[in-house]
Design a protein around this ligand. Structure first.
Ligand code: KG4
Ligand code: ZN
Length: 378
């Protein structure tokens, strides 16, 4: 059995987790997370220096919680892991400085993990497999990465080998959810707020005749027919902005006045439908061309139930032999368990020499604001 202590501070969550691997299965013993969402909400997004200050404040408390919940003594750890890219540099530095210090102090090997790689590998932790319980994703694998900073289709023919076959040309889908929420006067983070409003509208749409609902606006599906696997969400966000401006003009609503719930619900529904339509259409096209054995959903937007449902339905229809995976409950949003899971699988594949060298990682590990998965592909 191997045990890792993993740290994640790339954005606004201070997270520490203890994960073990035994007989090929990855088990999460603790998944301590301190979220700063409330702190950043008034700013409508994450303020890097504020995030770093808060990580510094909470790090040792979260570390203590993770160790005590898992009932693990540092002596029993085989290795340490930390997110070192991509992310907000001031935030990343708190996690990497902590991990480097602990590695030196406890004389344990340290592995730096890419945040998006972590999101993908969350699917290898006791996956909620829709068909065969307790299997893990099989290669070749197609990952639909949907987070606040990334929207990518990643093809993996084997472990830790990443080919980005398509990605957003402007905003990430999570970022678009957050920006649209702001336009509609909803709280940060916008994803869950939009999802709630869209769900309400979907229910009402079934129960009432359309005349009683706010007049429906059809939003564009940018790049849905483009002959590649790329995405674009900035135009979709702007289309919402224009629709809101037109609505305000027509209903003589001042900028400072709130939009009526009925309109906010309808726009949230339409935005969710449009973005999910584009994401799933492109993913299905990639599935058709690349014929992977598994499809995994990764990143914070994978918590969106309508996205999960739509993608599963489309995969079942087009390619019933493909196994679809979602991150286990609690591992969709930023967490350190996914970093630990990824590190354990990396550790398993490392040579004895590499394992010895990992004891010196604390001397040289760097942080990177931007680092593509292709740059760490092996
Ligand atoms: O992966 P994540 O926690 O952080 C990054 O790596 O960026 O993703 C955060 C993003 C935010 O943009 C948030 O609005 C979005 O995930 N999100 C959602 C939902 N829950 C979180 N988007 C849509 N529906 C949700 N239920
Ligand atoms: Zn993330």
């Amino acid at each position: 059995m191997s045990i890792v202590l993993a740290i994640e501070t790339s954005c606004d969550e201070t997270a520490v987790s203890i994960v073990s691997q035994e007989n090929g299965s990855l088990c999460v013993h603790s998944n301590a997370i301190s979220s700063q969402v409330q702190l950043h909400a008034p700013y409508g997004g994450v303020v890097p220096n504020l995030a770093a200050r808060e990580h510094t404040k909470n790090m040792n408390l979260v570390l203590e919680e993770a160790l005590s919940k898992a009932n693990v003594n540092p002596d029993n750890l085989d290795l340490l892991a930390v997110t070192n890219a991509p992310g907000l540099i001031p935030a990343l530095l708190v996690g990497t400085a902590t991990a480097k210090t602990l590695s030196w102090l406890w004389d344990k090997p340290l592995i730096g993990i890419h945040h998006i790689e972590g999101h993908i590998y969350a699917n290898f932790v006791s996956p909620l497999d829709t068909k065969r319980n307790k299997t893990t994703p099989q290669f070749p694998l197609l990952a639909l990465v949907v987070s606040g900073g990334h929207t990518q289709l990643v093809y993996m023919k084997k472990h830790f080998h990443y080919e980005i076959i398509g990605q957003t040309q402007d905003d990430a889908v999570g970022e678009a959810f957050d920006k649209v929420a702001r336009i509609l006067g909803l709280r940060y983070p916008g994803g869950p707020e939009i999802a709630k409003k869209a769900h309400l509208y979907r229910g009402k749409r079934k129960d009432f005749s359309h005349e009683t609902l706010s007049e429906e606006i059809i939003l564009p599906r940018p790049m849905i027919n483009s002959n590649n696997f790329h995405f674009s969400f900035s135009g979709l966000k702007t289309a919402v902005l224009y629709a809101v401006q037109t609505y305000r003009k027509e209903h003589t609503l001042e900028e400072t006045e709130s939009l009526p719930d009925s309109f906010v619900e309808m726009m949230s529904w339409q935005f969710e439908e449009a973005s999910i339509d584009v994401l799933t259409t492109k993913a299905l096209r990639a599935l058709h061309q690349y014929q992977p054995k598994s499809v995994v959903l990764a990143g914070g937007v994978s918590a969106n139930l309508h996205l999960q449902k739509t993608l599963r339905k489309k995969i079942d229809k087009l390619s019933p032999q493909t196994i679809f995976f979602l991150p286990p409950l609690g591992l969709s949003l930023d967490n350190a368990a996914m970093i630990g899971a990824c590190a354990l699988l990396r550790w398993e594949k490392m040579s004895t020499k590499e394992k010895v060298q990992a004891k010196n990682t604390w001397k040289s590990l760097e942080t990177y604001a931007n680092l593509s998965l292709t740059e760490i592909s092996r």
